[in-house]
Write a protein that binds this ligand. Structure first.
Ligand code: ME8
Length: 648
């Protein structure tokens, strides 16, 4: 995707709680994309902000005995302060309590009404305040609880204005089909298509049961209604550019990418494009959907006391190391579990050993042989093959970033570092210099310097300050002009002199933060072990049919597969079992299958295993396989079967 203007957004965060690593994750991804877009010379607008209306906020403020606006001011400021401390390069911080935002939302409401997309009716339904969403009775868990967050719902009967969402079903399906990359990763798009194909009901877009929201435009003369918080919130993406007021920045629309977590996919991939179509505005180019961060496999929540505070982590381990870790550790779209050990491993190994040591080696060699002098003019003469290999690698990188395969981007970016280290081992500069090959040795140092320069330019968006330090050590400064010259036009570094310096990534020996005690949310009754009658017959334990049926086996289709880096055994799979979301399964089958041959094939999955963690990645199922002396094969249905078919 190449565009000249780049408009990049995060969700606007609710002001009922302070930021945790999930919020930081989305914001850091968006910041990285925005920084990269600026570095390659694109006109960029990066938006973040806070979502401040709705019943949830009203109730949170009341619980704390605070005035709602004062409460929203306080939490909104805490988000903004955190992003400022994190050096997040947003161009605008929007608040839905801003006057121009409210005017824009009212303008949108009138426009949709005039178009005939809004009508007034009565609504009765089960409402989840936490998710600010109505759910049909059929979807409730045990007839009462929200299928998304598990909290109790309340029955609400209200007069309401409705948006004719049902009228947009076909148009939405056409959009998903015509622009296969509109939702990334693509597996998430399939999920949305399935949902929309199941039929869309019109959407209630006003509320009368509370007050804390944007009022309807005056001409409606209907003061008891306020706007549905999701209509209000989604509109932020255009009101921030001046929609409905001063439209001077509207030429940034449509967004290049809306970054969101998977929890709010439906709102962004169904409601938002439908609203935009109704307003005759172009649709966003991409909706980038990332997975969920958990703590020891569990959802983070205040009551459990297991929330990871991003500021604490950044203070302890370094902000940019933390940024690198978050973007590298988890494949975009997959879930990840936060662990200090995994973070330490990334710092010591990727950053310390691979990157930091290479700079140290260059400083050491140039100091020892050339009083610190490094010259790059003869690199091509001696090391053209290595240069070509590096350039090929660098040229392939950019698409990974804008296709939101950020983990792949970083994985590939480490390849040139490997080439540099290999070149040192292969050419053995300590011998070359002894043999009097001065020019070759200088050119080898030049090659290392060039590789470090290219890597620091390509890593700049992820680690802005650290890469400037590396660049400074190499005698240059990272700017869009230098990026253009070195990365795009193959310019070499000017001669420079290195100086000894402290290591960039000091080794971390042990976790720096005390582990928090996890509190069980509600004491659960002790589980009774099921009575198992075990009969031994010819060495086999016999089980009853009931025990067998405790295992849920299902047919699934592998929709995505990739190798887990640094593992000889593991593949990371996304398996569609016909549920709301595909399952992430980490399977030890790399020795016998390639990712390519697996995609699109059917497998048998143990679907009710407790999630486990393998190399920091959540695994939500297990594939059936048979292994003997000749190797392993997967057990598959003999004929294709519908996704999710139970295996009996
Ligand atoms: O949903 N892992 O706001 P919100 C990964 N106001 N990301 C996480 C996360 C986790 N554990 N927890 C939160 C809202 N996030 C609405 C949005 S937009 C028009 C309105 C991130 O404060 C992730 O980006 O609940 C998720 O989508 C967002 O925070 C939800 O933030």
């Amino acid at each position: 995707m190449s565009c000249h203007k780049s408009y990049i957004t995060t969700p606007i965060y609710y002001v009922n709680d302070v930021a945790h690593i999930g919020h930081a994750y989305t914001t850091i991804i968006a910041d990285t994309l925005a920084r990269y877009a600026r570095l390659i010379g694109q006109e960029t607008f990066f938006l973040t902000g806070t979502d401040e209306h709705g019943q949830k906020i009203e109730e949170s403020a009341k619980k704390k005995g605070k005035d709602i606006k004062a409460y929203a001011d306080e939490i909104s400021a805490s988000f903004r302060n955190l992003w400022d401390e994190f050096d997040i390069s947003y161009d605008k911080f929007i608040r839905t309590t801003d006057e121009d935002h409210k005017t824009g939302v009212q303008k949108a409401f009138s426009t949709m009404y005039e178009k005939g997309d809004i009508y007034k009716d009565k609504y009765q339904g089960h409402y989840c305040i936490s998710c600010e969403t109505f759910f049909p009775e059929l979807q409730l868990v045990d007839g009462e609880y929200c299928p998304d967050c598990g909290k109790s719902t309340t029955i609400v009967e209200e007069e309401s204005y409705f948006f004719r969402l049902s009228a947009y079903e076909e148009k939405l399906l056409n959009w998903y089909k015509e622009y296969p990359e509109c939702i990334l990763p693509k597996s998430k798009r399939n999920e949305v298509i399935r949902f929309v194909e199941g039929g869309l009901n019109d959407l209630s877009i006003t509320r009368t049961s509370f007050d804390w929201g944007v009022k309807l435009p005056e001409q409606f003369n209907d003061p008891k209604h306020v706007m549905y918080v999701w209509l209000d919130a989604l509109m932020n993406y255009v009101t921030a550019l001046g929609y409905g007021t001063d439209e001077k920045n509207m030429d940034f629309w449509p967004a290049r990418v809306h970054l969101i977590g998977k929890d709010i996919l439906r709102f962004h991939a169904i409601y938002w494009p439908a609203f935009l179509m109704s307003l005759n505005l172009p649709l966003p180019k991409h909706i980038g959907v990332h997975g969920w961060w958990t703590r020891n496999g569990e959802k983070m929540s205040k009551s459990k006391g297991n929330v990871v505070n991003p500021k604490e982590v950044a203070d302890a381990y370094g902000l940019e190391n933390f940024r690198y870790f978050m973007l590298r550790e988890v494949p975009f779209g997959g879930d990840g579990d936060f662990s200090q050990n995994a973070l330490i491993d990334r710092i010591n190994s990727d950053l310390g050993n691979d990157l930091g040591n290479l700079l140290n080696r260059l400083i050491g060699m140039s100091g020892k042989y050339f009083e610190g002098r490094v010259e790059c003019d003869k690199v091509a003469q001696y090391y053209q093959a290595e240069l070509d290999e590096v350039n090929l690698s660098i040229d392939r990188l950019e698409p990974f970033l804008f296709e939101l395969q950020i983990h792949r981007y970083l994985e590939e970016l480490w390849r040139p570092l490997g080439i540099a280290n290999k070149a040192i081992d292969k050419y053995q500069p300590w011998l070359m210099i002894k043999e009097g090959k001065v020019e070759e040795t200088m050119a080898l140092n030049g090659l290392i310097a060039m590789i470090l320069a290219q890597v620091s330019l390509m890593l700049h968006a992820v680690m802005p300050k650290t890469t400037q330090v590396i660049a400074k050590a190499l005698g240059f400064e990272i700017t869009p002009e230098r990026f253009e010259a070195i990365i795009r036009n193959g310019a070499m570094l000017e001669p420079f002199t290195t100086e000894r310096r402290d290591p960039l990534f000091p080794r971390v020996e042990e976790p720096l933060l005390a582990e928090k005690k996890v509190v069980e949310e509600e004491p659960k009754p002790p589980k009774k072990a099921p009575k198992v009658e075990v009969k031994k017959e010819e060495g086999i334990s016999l089980i009853g049919i009931d025990q067998f049926f405790q295992t849920s086996l299902k047919v699934g289709t592998i929709i995505q597969a990739e190798a887990v880096a640094k593992s000889d055994k593991l593949l990371l799979l996304q398996v569609d079992l016909g549920e709301a979301q595909p399952r992430q399964v980490v399977a030890g089958i790399k020795e016998w299958y390639t990712p390519e041959e697996l995609v699109g094939t059917q497998v048998c999955v143990v679907a009710n295993l407790k999630p486990a963690k393998l190399m920091g990645m959540k695994s939500e199922g297990m594939l059936l396989a048979a292994k003997d002396g000749d190797g392993l094969c997967l057990i598959r249905p003999e004929k294709p079967k519908a996704i999710g078919t139970p295996i009996k």
